[in-house]
Write a protein that binds this ligand. Structure first.
Ligand code: KIV
Length: 273
């Protein structure tokens, strides 16, 4: 097996640096990974933040949703990804149910940092999760919040649908974004919300927003690695197959990173009105 080409050295990205990137207007380039080999390719290509998402359940395990993913599985994949990273910030997803109470979330969060070597955990939702976010942050577990289309809510939402289109829903999302920031979240993933709403939230909060299907005005962008490589059966509107532009996996990741940094991606056609 060939190791990824050694990248030019760059300082390891830290959680506080994410906020500075927002302040400086430097777009955050994020991607998911689930193993050391791909993690090394992402790191070498200059990706800033690598997420061990519970999309693991769908793109690696072949499940119909993210719900079956367990803490053990995220810990295992996060530890593998950590071995492939040198500079990128590692974020691990809190699986469905693992954050049902603050105490359970603390147990899971400690495992994700200690065994999974993550620097931050991602938690879907606001509401009762606000107490959990605060509980973890006060115990030195940085949290990335996740609002909009939260895939762990698939049954309540009735499918994977764009969120925040109606005025009341948009106002609720804005209030939730303020609330997760007040609870201590260090970053906020916004998934499948109208581009104009994501832009407004990005202006209104001090923490960086990282969009997926949320338009070009977020502070950063994230994609599921398999989508970027065109591996999905159906390509969602917000995805671009970068393998066509890049010619190789490393080239595709570099093309994505460059497109996010130059704000060429996402284009208007990748967003929602
Ligand atoms: O699980 C995941 O990969 C995610 C991203 C889509 C943000 O949550």
């Amino acid at each position: 097996m060939y190791a990824a080409e050694a990248p030019p050295s760059r300082p390891a990205l830290t959680v506080p640096e994410l906020r500075r990137m927002k302040q400086d207007g430097r777009p955050i380039v994020a991607l998911t990974a689930y193993d050391a080999g791909f993690a090394a390719v992402l790191d070498a290509a200059g990706v800033d933040l690598v997420l061990v998402g519970d999309s693991l359940g769908m793109v690696v395990q072949g499940e119909a949703s993210t719900l079956p993913v367990t803490v053990d599985q995220i810990v295992y994949h996060s530890a593998a990804v950590a071995r492939g990273l040198r500079s990128a910030l590692l974020v691990a997803d809190m699986p469905f149910g693992a954050d049902a109470t603050p105490e359970r979330a603390l147990d899971a969060g400690l495992r994700l940092l200690k065994e999974g070597r993550a620097a931050m955990v991602k938690i879907e939702g606001a509401g009762v999760k606000l107490e959990t976010i605060r509980f973890l942050v006060e115990r030195e577990i940085p949290v990335c919040a996740h609002l909009g289309l939260t895939p762990q809510s698939v049954h309540r939402l009735g499918g994977y649908k764009v969120q925040g289109r109606e005025l009341a829903a948009a106002e609720r999302l804005k209030a939730e974004a303020q609330a997760v920031e007040a609870a201590g979240a260090s970053a906020l993933v916004l998934e499948c919300v109208p581009s104009s709403l994501a832009a407004a939230i990005t202006r209104e909060v001090g923490i960086p927003t990282i969009g997926i299907g949320a338009g070009a005005d977020c502070d950063g962008q994230v994609l599921v690695l398999h989508d970027l490589l065109g591996l999905g059966v159906r390509r969602p509107r917000f995805v671009k197959d970068f393998l066509q532009d890049g010619g190789s996996i490393a080239g595709a990741v570099r093309a994505y990173a460059e497109a996010v940094r130059s704000r060429a991606f996402p284009a208007a056609e990748h967003g929602y009105a």
